[in-house]
Design a binder for this molecule. Structure first.
Ligand code: ATP
Ligand code: MG
Length: 560
């Protein structure tokens, strides 16, 4: 994937088929799409599917894609979200053609609403929202007409203008399309298209106190921008007749084609801004960009690469049928990418001191470590070695079974890049805990083999005590331990209690920079790690991006 600079590995899908057909029929000269988030939260992995689809299609067909903020709910929207969304889209590697907001069109939308009134296709209703809801009917019962449905055009124009002028309180009136209260499609039963909201809008301030509804806004914004294919998720399928109705009734520059696809559902993941917001608000996670969050900002902080997310999105494809994707698909996409591209380093999360008693105290050696075992072009780094080292505490066992191929009393292991060592003595504190191992090294084993051809089964990682830097390492795991946390009555019941383990006393080799790098490192035998955004020289902090292998597959097998 990383070797493909175009990033276009997209397989055919039903949307591309439609576009191919349209192009062949000469319907459009240029394909224009849009990604239309509401700036009421941070983007998540579900949005990434839509971003990759919309921007990917635009790229592949030499068209363009707009990033449009769907900002018609002044109370919920915020500049913070706008900035974050822009950053996320850019990070994924996409560039929008233009970046309008629905609020840019408020004047035009108002004029379109007036056009509808003039045609007798919209009326001001003076009932309460509750009354309107009561008259809506059900799937099996038709709705009932509003008593205000037959107001004269003049009266409607006058009232609508006064709504705009701020003469009425919230909820006192609203504007409704005049379609058909008996339609089998509830969305066509005289939907509300404007409501009164005396609220300050992040972009238009106090200019407006009436705001257009989503269905009215969306199709017209698409038409104003000349969108050819308006791609949205399946829950909008029933809204398509309304989308088309507005465009059929009004004189718009074009009539975009709405096409629906299945939303991304991912195991062990919540993809709802509202529910993610709850986790942030309650302090269950460390903000929207907590490395366990399925937000793009969280995944970025965790060390996900944009390439792996784009690849994931290609692999899962686009269909009309709902399905849930296994977490392993996303995780493996990242593992595959990092396995190719991440440089190798050594770090010890839970250090146990090793003293090599036959190695001179004042001596120091430098080993050449390959930065990638299969890629000589990645070069090498210097790894200092000295008499006192740290190894991983669980690479030693005092009463080791025969099959334990790491360090144990009397047993020999290979230190990666360095020498063979044999454990000769175990030192404990008063509480009986092992605090240090005394070992002897074989000077002839430098580089990993001996003249007598002696075999050792285990190779372990290490750092030189004198040279290593202390760091905090956060080992992240899935935030939820059930497959469908969205179904849990209480989100707290779905949380994985072990989603974060912190190692405060970890040691990293000197060739690991403490500052944030663009790409994670592989800490040999441990996984992929990246300096956190808050990591500093004084206090290095590393996040585990991903384990080397999928440990959940085994857990799930046991549960099955
Ligand atoms: P949420 O429920 O998280 O707020 P949303 O659909 O309301 O999601 P929007 O900001 O309105 O969020 O979404 C912007 C675009 O992203 C829409 O076109 C929407 O269809 C798409 N999108 C949102 N979630 C997903 C998902 N899980 N899979 C695919 N596309 C999605
Ligand atoms: Mg929404």
């Amino acid at each position: 994937m990383s070797s493909d600079p175009e990033g276009s590995t997209a397989a055919p899908n039903f949307i591309r088929d439609i576009i191919d057909r349209d192009l062949k029929a000469g319907k459009y000269e240029r394909i224009i799409t849009r990604f239309p988030p509401e700036p009421n939260g941070y983007l998540h992995i579900g949005h990434a599917k839509s971003i990759c689809l919309n921007f990917g299609i635009a790229e592949d067909y030499n068209g363009y894609c707009n990033l449009r903020f769907d900002d018609t709910n002044p109370e919920k929207e915020d500049q913070e979200y706008i900035d974050a969304i822009r950053e996320d889209v850019r990070w994924l590697g996409y560039q929008w053609h233009s970046n309008p907001s629905a609020s840019d069109y408020f004047d035009q939308l108002y004029d379109y609403a007036v056009q509808l009134i003039r045609k007798g296709l919209a009326f001001v209703d003076t009932q309460s929202p509750e009354q309107i809801r009561e008259q809506r009917g059900t799937l099996t019962e038709p709705g009932r007409n509003s008593p205000y449905r037959d107001r004269s055009i003049e009266e409607n124009l006058d009232l609508f203008e006064r709504m705009k002028a701020g003469e009425f309180a919230d909820g006192e009136h609203c504007l409704r399309a005049r379609i058909d209260m008996a339609s089998p499609n509830i969305n066509l039963r005289d939907p509300v298209i404007y409501r009164i909201r005396h609220a300050t809008h992040h972009a238009t301030g106090d200019k407006w106190c009436i705001y257009p509804m989503y269905d009215f806004t969306h199709c017209l914004s698409d038409a104003i921008e000349g969108i050819t294919h308006s791609l949205c998720t399946l829950e909008f399928e029933d809204h398509r007749p309304l989308y088309d109705w507005f465009l059929d009734q009004l004189e718009t520059p074009c009539h975009p084609q709405q096409i629906e696809f299945a939303r991304l559902q991912l195991e062990y993941t919540l993809t709802s801004k509202r529910k993610l917001n709850q986790l942030v608000r309650e302090g269950i996670v460390d903000g929207w960009d907590d490395p366990r969050m399925p937000t793009l900002s969280g995944m970025r902080r965790r060390g996900f690469t944009p390439e792996s997310i784009r690849h994931f999105s290609d692999v899962i494809g686009v269909t009309k049928k709902d399905s849930t994707i296994q977490m392993g698909v996303l995780e493996n996409s990242l593992r595959d990418d990092l396995n190719e591209r991440a440089e190798r380093r050594m770090a010890v999360l839970d250090p146990l001191k090793v003293t090599i008693i036959n190695y001179p105290e004042d001596r120091e050696e430098i080993f050449e470590g390959k930065n990638h075992p299969q890629k000589p072009e990645f070069g090498t780094r210097e790894i200092p070695f000295s008499r006192e080292l740290y190894i991983e505490r669980d690479d030693f066992m005092e009463d080791a079974p025969r099959k334990f191929f790491r360090l144990a009393p009397g047993r020999e292991v290979r230190l990666r890049f360095a020498y063979y060592i044999t454990c000769t003595k175990v030192i404990k504190n008063d509480a009986g805990e092992v605090i240090e191992l005394l070992c002897e090294y074989d000077p002839e084993s430098r580089g990993g083999s001996t003249p007598d051809g002696r075999k050792v089964k285990g190779t372990i990682h290490w750092v030189s005590a004198r040279h290593a830097r202390r760091a905090t390492v956060r080992v992240y795991d899935r935030l939820f331990n059930i497959k469908d946390p969205g179904r849990a009555k209480d989100v707290h019941d779905a949380l994985n209690p072990d989603s974060l383990r912190t190692y405060d006393n970890a040691r990293i080799e000197p060739a690991i920079p403490a500052e944030r790098q663009p790409l994670a490192f592989q800490f040999e035998r441990l996984g992929y790690f990246i300096a956190d955004t808050h990591s500093t020289q004084e206090q290095p902090i590393f996040n585990r991006t991903m384990s080397l292998r999928d440990s959940w597959a085994k857990i799930e097998k046991q549960q099955a």
